[in-house]
Design a protein around this ligand. Structure first.
Ligand SMILES: [Zn+2]
Length: 422
């Protein structure tokens, strides 16, 4: 018995030593997203999922380190998308989703999460999911049961009766309403508390009408200021950030004044609203790629004419607003609205962000360090620095010269683990 114990002790020690051997990741180029400098031949020493050292000096490396050399490639921090609907499955028929149970949709979410990770997005926010599907998905990913990005999730979006976050597709005899529907300051506080109870990381609410809902006007404010204040106060009290879906100017202004952390879509921005966002430090998350997809593919996918017309109405204005917000140096993140278009295509938005006014570095910062700050996860994510999680991607060419290279990520590491290596 004693002998067995000794043997077990020895093998335990051996396992310990093997597990503590660091991984070292290196490539010819590394983008420092804070400065825009391309650093040459850096070695990232990774232990227990974290970057514990960055050095250009090979003699500093632990002697037993396992070195992964990606050659000519460019290393960047893992990408971050602040507006996804990962449990929303794009089908050939727009109406098919009405026949999917939340459980069936969640199985699609498992597939979508992996596609998103393989596209280089190691962190996402999921903004709106029925039945806490996104909480379940996040927990399964964190438990290592399935592959997917780090997720900050909102659970059901909070919204007014008949608003963008309600379900208006069926007639009144079905008595259907979405999980997050609430009217009045105390009712919305209760919904926030319920979402916190079931494990959300953030709160999402609908401040205005939207493109893909039936019978709502895109520019129309929906919640009162009093209700928005109540949502934000309750969420912040419980340490949760708040994302407000808002297209119309008045709704955006109310939401900013109520203290939200990010405005989603932010389509109709005037000078005063941009100044207000700057004053309050509100992040703008503007989905300026998906209009192209909806206008090209929407009819084929059975999207009703009402919604295609609304997309056309919003698209051009939203891009002008984006350019003006960039010029004014407003805080911005990448938010793609993936789920409205195919999951895994999230990076297609980068080239549009550059086309409509950002430098490539600004677009990359939006999807890395700015997003980490919005999530308040900047101590652990958003750049390649000592002490942060080893979430690293690699691309074949210089993204500061060719931003579209981010659409073809050839290496993905999350938490020190390699998920893709081409
Ligand atoms: Zn959305």
């Amino acid at each position: 018995m004693k002998k067995i114990t000794t043997l077990l002790g020895l093998s335990g020690l051996l396992l310990c030593q093997l597990a503590s051997a660091s991984t070292v990741l290196t490539a010819k180029h590394l983008l420092d997203v804070e400065t825009g400098n391309i650093l040459k031949n850096q070695y990232l020493v990774i232990d227990n999922g974290k970057i514990i050292d960055i050095t250009a000096n090979k003699s500093d490396l632990p002697s037993d380190a396992k070195i992964i050399d990606l050659g000519d490639k460019y290393l960047l921090p893992g990408l971050m998308d602040m507006h996804t609907h990962v449990v929303q499955n794009l089908t050939k028929s727009f109406y098919a989703r009405f026949f999917q149970s939340p459980h069936r949709a969640l199985i699609g979410g498992v597939v979508n999460a992996e596609k998103t990770l393989m596209a280089g997005f190691t962190t996402i926010r999921n903004v709106g999911a029925a039945d806490y599907q996104d909480v379940a998905l996040r927990n399964a990913i964190n438990a290592g049961e399935i592959k997917g990005p780090r997720m900050a999730v909102s659970g059901p979006s909070i919204g007014i009766t008949g608003g963008h976050c309600d379900n208006n597709a069926l007639n009144h005899s079905f008595k259907q309403k979405s999980d997050g529907v609430a009217d009045g300051p105390w009712s919305v506080r209760e919904k926030v508390r319920l979402n916190v109870k079931y494990g959300v990381d953030l709160i999402k609410f609908c401040a205005t009408g939207g493109v893909f809902s039936k019978g709502t006007k895109v520019g129309q404010r929906q919640y009162t200021f009093e209700e928005m204040k109540a949502i934000v106060d309750e969420a912040h009290t419980h340490g949760r950030t708040v994302a407000a879906h808002a297209h119309g100017t008045e709704g955006i202004k109310y939401a900013i004044k109520a203290g939200v952390d990010s405005i989603e879509h932010a389509s109709f921005l005037d000078k005063e609203t941009i100044a207000l966002a700057k004053k309050h430090g509100t992040y703008l998350s503007m989905d300026i790629y998906n209009t192209e997809y909806t206008l090209a593919e929407g009819e084929k996918n059975g999207v009703p004419q009402e919604n295609i017309d609304k997309e056309r109405q919003v698209g051009t204005v939203q891009r002008e607003s984006f350019s003006n917000a960039v010029k004014a140096k407003t805080k911005m993140v990448l938010g793609s609205d993936a789920g409205i278009y195919p999951h895994g295509d999230n990076a297609k938005q980068f080239s549009r962000m550059v086309r409509f006014g950002m430098t490539p570095l600004q677009a990359i910062q939006a999807a890395t360090i700015n997003s980490a700050r919005l999530l308040k996860w900047q101590d652990n994510l958003g750049s390649l620095e000592e002490g942060k999680f080893a979430d690293v991607i690699a691309v074949d060419s210089n993204p500061l010269k060719n931003i579209a290279t981010l659409e073809n990520v050839s290496f993905v590491m999350k938490n020190g683990e390699i998920y893709k290596q081409l």
